[in-house]
Ligand binder design. Structure first.
Ligand SMILES: Cc1cc2nc3c(=O)[nH]c(=O)nc-3n(C[C@H](O)[C@H](O)[C@H](O)COP(=O)(O)O)c2cc1C
Length: 184
C-alpha cells in the first residue's frame, strides 16, 4: 500500500517531520510512505484554482496517486498550522482528490496533551464535503512532550511511544487496506 504523508510543520528540525521519517523506516515492510512537501505551496486563491501553479498540480497528483494519507500534525495555538490548512484547502477544490480516500492522523507537540485539539480540528476538517475522508475512530497517536521522546537524530527514544505506534499500525493499516479495496 502507498501512503502519502503530509507534515504540518515546515521547519527543518521539525519533530513531526522526524516522526514521519521514523514511521517511514520502521514500517517499510508494511507500506510505502511518500513524504510530501507543503512549504512551497502558494496561498490558496479561488482565482487560480482551475489553473494553479505547477507545485499545486504536482502536490495534488501525489495525493491522488496514494491509497491513503497520513497527516502528521503539530499544534499551533490549539489547532493545526496555517501551512497545513492551506494545503488542505487546495486538496478540497476542483478535482477534490481526497474524496473517499482514507486518512490516518498522528501528531507530536511539546505540550502535555500532544496535539489533541489540533487532531480534533483536523478530523472535523476532513469530514467537510470537499474532503470526505474517513478516519478510523480511536487509535489516536498523541505524542506530548515530544522533545523528551525523539532525539536530535530522529530516533524515538521512548519505549511506550514505540509500542503504542506498533499497536496503532496493527489496527490502522488493515483498516486502510480495507477502505482501499472498497474504493477500487
Ligand atoms: C506558533 C506556535 C504555536 C504553538 N502552539 C502550541 C499549542 O497550542 N500546543 C502545544 O502543545 N504546543 C504548541 N507549540 C509548541 C509546539 O508543540 C512545538 O513548537 C513543536 O516543536 C512544533 O512541532 P514541530 O517540531 O514539528 O515544528 C506552538 C509552537 C508555535 C511555533
Amino acid at each position: 500500500m502507498k501512503i502519502a504523508a503530509i507534515v504540518g510543520s515546515t521547519r527543518n528540525d521539525s519533530y513531526n517531520l522526524k516522526l514521519a521519517k521514523y514511521i517511514q523506516s520502521r514500517y517499510e515492510d508494511q507500506f510505502t510512505l511518500d513524504i510530501l512537501e507543503i512549504g512551497q505551496l502558494p496561498f490558496y486563491n479561488q482565482d487560480i484554482e482551475n489553473d494553479p501553479p505547477a507545485e499545486v498540480t504536482a502536490f495534488k497528483e501525489s495525493v491522488k496517486d496514494a491509497d491513503a494519507v497520513l497527516w502528521v500534525t503539530p499544534e499551533y495555538n490549539g489547532t493545526i498550522s496555517g501551512a497545513l490548512k492551506n494545503a488542505i484547502d487546495w486538496l478540497s477544490r476542483v478535482d477534490q482528490v481526497m474524496i473517499g480516500k482514507p486518512s490516518w492522523i498522528v501528531g507530536a507537540s511539546m505540550g502535555a496533551l500532544g496535539t489533541v485539539k489540533a487532531q480534533a480540528h483536523l478530523r472535523d476538517i476532513l469530514f467537510a464535503p470537499g474532503l470526505s475522508s474517513p478516519v478510523l475512530p480511536a487509535n489516536e497517536v498523541l505524542i506530548g512532550s515530544v522533545h523528551e521522546k525523539i532525539d536530535a537524530e530522529g530516533n524515538v527514544i521512548d519505549e511506550g511511544t514505540i509500542s503504542f505506534l506498533d499497536d496503532t499500525v496493527n489496527n490502522v493499516i488493515p483498516w486502510l487496506e480495507k477502505q482501499t479495496t472498497v474504493r477500487n
